[in-house]
Design a protein around this ligand. Structure first.
Ligand code: SF4
Length: 478
């Protein structure tokens, strides 16, 4: 396993092509735009060596018997699924934001399932190839970016019907030694500070879409890979100081990219699907359900920080004892714990797959994420309600530091004189940034948009069974 220092050193050895705000980022570890995201992911390495956390963070590999980081593990039981959720909540409590590495974990587990099925039904050898790759990932403790979302173009059209055929990642050449892929992946969480990306299909496919049925692993700095770093709410504040950033150490959400694959060569040993279009839908749903399981872990950890910040602000403001404040804090706790309950439930109700790993209850996992698309907004709304409007109107940190304006800010932003004004300002900025545009939009669309979960809920529910229950009690004979 790598520790956080070794992880940072491993990133320094890579040479990805990254553009951000009209310039190249040469070094993700130290560049102010990417550094906080590296810090968040680095915690997944650091905590594996923390005696207090190692039970959650590490596990015995089912492939090698070696101790590995849980972020590279293939789930062996419902306990593994539950421990994944607990681990994510624990890290979310420490970062207050996305730490990115779970997307790769989910991509590894879904690829484990789908390659096994394709091999059994099509006589291919993808699973053995994948196991060799997985061993490599585990032994080198790699961070893998799970790469699913394509640009999609006109949503009413299938990949092969698009005016531009590159709007979904596709195979443009098959060679004796490998394939060449072209296209792009959007919203790529943690991509610039990962070692590899694991490309998966993003939608169900038909016989005309064979070239789009592709799964493969690619180093983030392979020739032809170009990353364009995404803008976030308030990201320019990273260049100004630390108070206005709110969470200077870890920032907000995952540092997403548009990642372009401009004719990238992939050797066959790293190709895990190539043309088997019938299995694309199952691949998408398996990955998505694993990732939707997570949101009652990581987001609840983030909510724990936000609830704490809000309760602390109520104390600073002298309103903590008011009954309506307590009631709103209770509501925030209720919403957070409901999401956590769903994640634990979908894990405890998981089952063994034919491939030999454990998979969540898909109905319950989709419930987790659908709740998250509403509850995180309501938690943020209550935080705004309690904290007060000054979180949106505070002066710049530079004016607070200025000998001319600083004393006025100190004087007029004081609440309880026993509480340093800077503490109140720092907490306000944390709340502001944790509840701003990018953070909330991620709760809505990360791991799929709400309608995708509704489709899954309808499909996974046994409505006929429910109708039978009703008919029996109503004594309706059919
Ligand atoms: Fe992991 Fe949560 Fe970030 Fe997704 S949003 S990558 S589950 S921390």
């Amino acid at each position: 396993m790598m520790n956080d220092k070794q992880y940072r050193e491993s990133l320094r050895r890579l040479k990805p092509v990254i553009y951000c705000n009209g310039r190249r980022i040469e070094n993700v570890v130290d560049d102010p735009m990417t550094k906080p995201h590296v810090n968040a992911a680095a915690l997944t390495y650091k905590l594996a060596f923390d005696p207090e956390c190692e039970d959650l963070m590490t596990v015995e590999s089912s492939l090698t018997g070696q101790k590995i980081n849980r972020f590279t593990h293939i789930h062996q039981s419902t306990d593994d699924l539950i421990n994944k959720v607990k681990m994510l909540r624990m890290i979310g409590q420490r970062t207050g934001t996305c730490f990115q590495r779970c997307v790769g974990l989910d991509a590894l587990n879904s690829t484990f399932i789908v390659t096994h099925k394709v091999d059994r039904e099509c006589g291919t050898d993808y699973h053995q190839r994948f196991l060799a790759y997985l061993k490599f990932v585990q032994e080198n403790d790699l961070m893998v970016a799970g790469s699913m979302t394509d640009p999609k173009g006109d949503r009413s059209k299938k990949p092969g019907q698009q005016a531009d055929p590159d709007l979904y990642v596709r195979v443009v050449e098959r060679r004796r030694d490998g394939i060449v892929v072209r296209g792009a992946k959007c919203h790529q969480t943690g991509m610039v500070n990962s070692h590899h990306m694991l490309i998966l299909p993003t939608t169900n496919l038909g016989p005309d879409d064979k070239d789009y049925a592709v799964a493969c692993a690619i180093p983030v700095d392979a020739p032809g890979v170009i990353h364009i770093f995404g803008r976030q709410t308030n990201d320019g504040r990273r260049l100004d100081g630390d108070i206005d950033t709110g969470n200077a150490e870890y920032a907000i959400v995952g540092g997403e990219t548009l990642t372009v694959l401009d004719d990238v060569f992939v050797p066959w040993k790293h190709v895990f699907m190539c043309g088997e279009y019938k299995y694309a839908q199952e691949y998408v749903e398996t990955f998505a359900s694993y990732h939707r399981q997570n949101y009652g872990g990581c987001k609840v950890g983030v909510a724990d920080v936000l609830i704490g910040a809000t309760a602390q602000m109520a104390e600073y403001n002298g309103v903590a004892a008011a009954s309506h404040i307590k009631d709103k804090i209770i509501e925030m706790i209720h919403l957070a714990e409901t999401m956590y309950n769903c994640s634990i439930a979908c894990s405890a109700e998981g089952h063994l797959t034919e491939a030999g790993n454990w998979y969540v209850d898909a109905l319950l996992a989709n419930t987790v994420k659908l709740n998250c698309t509403r509850f995180m907004y309501e938690i943020a709304r209550l935080a705004h309600d309690i904290a007060g409007g000054f979180i949106a109107t505070l002066p710049y940190e530079a004016d607070y530091r200025s000998p001319v304006t600083g004393p006025y800010i100190e004087k007029y932003f004081t609440a309880d004189p026993k509480v340093p004004t800077e503490h109140r300002i720092r907490l306000a900025r944390l709340i502001e940034n944790m509840t701003g545009g990018t953070a909330l939009a991620e709760s809505m669309h990360g791991a799929g948009s709400p309608q995708a979960m509704r489709v899954m809920l309808y499909r996974e529910t046994n409505l006929e069974h429910k109708k039978r229950l009703a008919r029996r009690l109503a004594k309706i004979e059919l």
